[in-house]
Write a protein that binds this ligand. Structure first.
Ligand SMILES: [Zn+2]
Ligand SMILES: [Zn+2]
Length: 247
């Protein structure tokens, strides 16, 4: 008896008809899978120049050395941090649908945009490091969104992903609603490097991947460990960044 594949070629037109591609943010029907509709696309506030060469915060004008006062006063434990877009409706909806509605295909949409922020890196001398989730949260959610995004970025760029290089040493409460100082305090000691991290980090550009930069507490804590572990250079790439913190 011939085995008929469930979604074989014969079923494709029907399936396409039944499941038209939808905008990754608002859900209206679009032409192509993994894209946004024109109004959602236009509403995005992409972050760009002039911005601090290090932390990526927007500057009123390009300074002499291109760095903000905070980075000049206290150099952060990374060389460069960038986010695709300012936190807003589209940024939030896409990130939340991936995380809470398990729309895992959105990781690819996010990865395509984040990969554009990647500077000049040699795939052999760089690694992608997703911000880890505590295992309890992975059990309840089923996946780590940053790891999914990093995997898609790896497919596009050829830069390998190092999944268990960084670990959650302990679970942290939801940071939602906490101010800058409280967040920094809560994440202190929350992460740890795997014992073989120094050999995996030596001479490498470690590119930390995260979905949302709120105050930067989590990313900065991770970056500082990667630096301590011996990375030659540390970069942070995010999907979105909250640019007006209320603390
Ligand atoms: Zn839309
Ligand atoms: Zn800065």
């Amino acid at each position: 008896m011939a085995v008929i594949p469930l979604f074989g070629a014969a079923f494709r037109p029907l399936l396409d008809y039944a499941l038209p591609p939808r905008c990754a943010a608002c859900g209206v029907i679009v032409h192509e899978t993994g894209t946004l509709c024109a109004p959602c696309w236009r509403s995005i506030d992409f972050l760009g120049e002039p911005q601090c060469a290090v932390c990526g915060i927007e500057l009123p004008s390009a300074g002499e050395d291109g760095q903000c006062g905070a980075c000049l006063a206290t150099p952060p434990p990374y060389e460069r941090a960038r986010a695709v877009m300012r936190y807003g409706e589209v940024a939030r909806t896409v990130a939340h649908r991936l995380k809470y509605a398990r729309r895992v295909s959105l990781a690819g949409v996010m990865a395509t945009q984040i990969a554009r922020l990647l500077g000049e890196v040699e795939p052999d001398s760089a690694i992608l490091v997703p911000v880890p989730l505590h295992r309890w949260r992975i059990w309840s959610r089923g996946f780590n969104q940053s790891a999914l995004i990093a995997r898609h970025m790896s497919k596009r760029t050829g830069v390998p992903v190092e999944l268990d290089l960084l670990r959650r040493a302990r679970n942290t409460p939801q940071l939602h609603g906490l101010g800058r100082r409280e967040r920094a305090r809560v994440v202190q000691g929350a992460f740890a490097l795997s014992p073989n991290a120094p050999s995996r980090l030596a001479g490498k550009t470690a590119i930390l991947v995260d979905d949302i930069w709120t105050t930067g507490a989590t990313a900065t804590a991770c970056a500082s460990l990667l630096r301590r572990g011996g990375a030659a250079r540390v970069e942070i790439l995010c999907w979105t960044r909250v640019t007006h913190s209320d603390d």
